[in-house]
Design a protein around this ligand. Structure first.
Ligand code: SAJ
Length: 417
């Protein structure tokens, strides 16, 4: 098949590369000339295990190439971002732009899959945007389950975990939400060509909400763990030990607290439910607020420590900036948010260690802030602020830190001892 993947980000690029490695002819579309040129050189612009090799091989075999503009294809997969605007309202402009960009290239029999995470009702809007821009073809109608349409449209939300994307793309179950039943069955056939998971067929609306619910479920559960960390701190209880003990109960499985919830998924998607159901999504909204407050809890600990020492002539090392271990993604990262505030606290030096990037982001500008390696940071810092439990940081918990203060937001030092 000829497949166009729109959006070569954290989901689109691995998906395009995997499809290419399965023998399809894949064109990846991105607005960024940088991304297009990287991919065409056979390189990845994101850190994801196994992805670099897959891209290189697919480009060498001429199965994958990137372009700024779409082409005619059998299948179009849309994997563009859906951020939120001010007041946490979903921003669908990238989805609309993607619809308008592919509409002129659609032909009878094409399948269009929307993988981006979207609020309930967006696949119908997306279908309207396509049909308004291409009057020659007939499009499916959510309210008429007819087979009489030229193009098949489905929402099949991505569910892969950054850090394990290539494995999960093949092995995860898929949710297939066609605008009509015929759309679902055509989309299922497509996923069966490379996915080993089960395909769960449903309506586009249920598929939309299911994705939001999956991420909200995790957000609520992490909020519970984060709230416990604040309560335990006040009650002088070790939260990591507390959770280990509670989890030894056969029906309790508490997640791990941390410096907050980041990334472009869990920290964003629950707001789409809150936006659609503002009166009824109380627990979901509270969880978001608890998780968004967690970086301030960490910052208060640093401020308290500084007050107790009565000096700001300390050097501090922030270990990790990404939103979770072993990725380079800084989007909505609580670690970055905390490090940026630390930057303004007037430390003698701010030594930042982030093995997955080679340039500090703008938030960390300033001549007292340096991106350094782990040994240098640990050797010279007075305060060690562990923000991300990257694999590279695991061994340090065995070192001798006499005379240094440690603020461990991930329980890494405790877990490894
Ligand atoms: N986190 C904790 N404590 C935990 C687990 C996670 O603080 O016990 C934090 C992480 O450090 C991170 C954030 O939560 O900041 C989210 O990380 P994650 O690993 O839980 O999830 P994501 O955002 O990388 O990926 C999620 C996944 N969704 C679910 O597990 C329900 C993934 O399957 C989705 O495809 C992805 O969102 C997405 O793209 O929507």
């Amino acid at each position: 098949m000829k497949i166009t993947v729109v959006g070569l980000g954290y989901i689109g690029l691995p998906t395009a590369s995997l499809l290419a490695s399965r023998g399809h002819d894949v064109v990846g579309i991105d607005k960024s000339e940088f991304v297009v040129s990287m991919v065409n050189k056979g390189e990845s612009h994101i850190v994801e295990s196994g992805l670099g090799d897959l891209i290189r091989k697919s480009v060498e075999e001429k199965k994958l190439f990137a372009s700024l503009v779409p082409q005619k294809s059998d299948v179009f997969v849309i994997a563009v971002p859906t951020p939120f605007e001010d007041h946490k309202k979903p921003d669908l402009s990238y989805v609309r732009e993607a619809a308008l960009s592919i509409a002129p290239f659609l032909e009878k029999g094409n399948l269009v899959i929307l993988e981006s995470t979207i609020p309930v009702g967006t696949t119908e809007k997306f279908t309207d945007w396509l049909s308004q821009s291409n009057e020659e073809l007939s499009f499916p109608d959510y309210n008429k389950n007819s087979e009489d349409h030229d193009v098949y449209i489905a929402h099949c939300p991505e569910r892969v975990l950054p850090g394990n994307i290539l494995h999960e793309l093949i092995h995860n179950d898929r949710t297939i939400g066609g605008i009509t039943e015929k759309c679902s069955s055509v989309a299922k056939e497509f996923y069966k060509s490379f996915s080993e998971g089960n395909c769960h067929i449903t309506s586009s609306r249920t598929a939309e909400l299911s994705k939001l619910v999956e991420n909200s479920f995790r957000d609520v559960n992490i909020a519970f763990a984060n709230e416990l960390s604040v309560i335990s701190h006040d009650l002088v209880v070790d939260v990591w030990e507390l959770i280990d003990i509670a989890n030894s109960h056969p029906r309790v499985n508490i997640l791990q607290p941390g410096p907050g919830v980041g990334g472009h998924c869990i920290a964003v998607d629950p707001w789409f439910i809150v936006d659609s159901a503002p009166k009824n999504a109380q627990l979901i909204k509270s969880a978001r607020i608890v998780n968004d407050n967690q970086p301030f809890f960490v910052l208060k600990k640093i401020e308290k420590l500084l007050k107790s020492k009565n000096t700001n002539q300390f050097k501090i090392a922030s270990l990790g900036l990404s939103f979770k271990p072993n990725v380079d993604d800084l989007r909505e990262s609580p670690a970055l948010q905390i490090a940026a505030s630390v930057n303004d606290m007037g430390f003698a030096e701010h030594l930042v260690v982030e093995p997955n990037i080679n340039k500090l982001p703008e938030e960390l500008s300033g001549n007292k802030t340096k991106l350094v390696d782990l040994d240098l940071a640990i050797g010279s810092a007075d305060i060690i602020l562990l923000l991300v439990d990257h694999d590279q940081f695991r061994e340090i918990s065995h070192r001798n830190f006499d005379g240094k203060e440690i603020i461990d937001t991930r329980g890494l030092f405790r877990k490894n001892n």
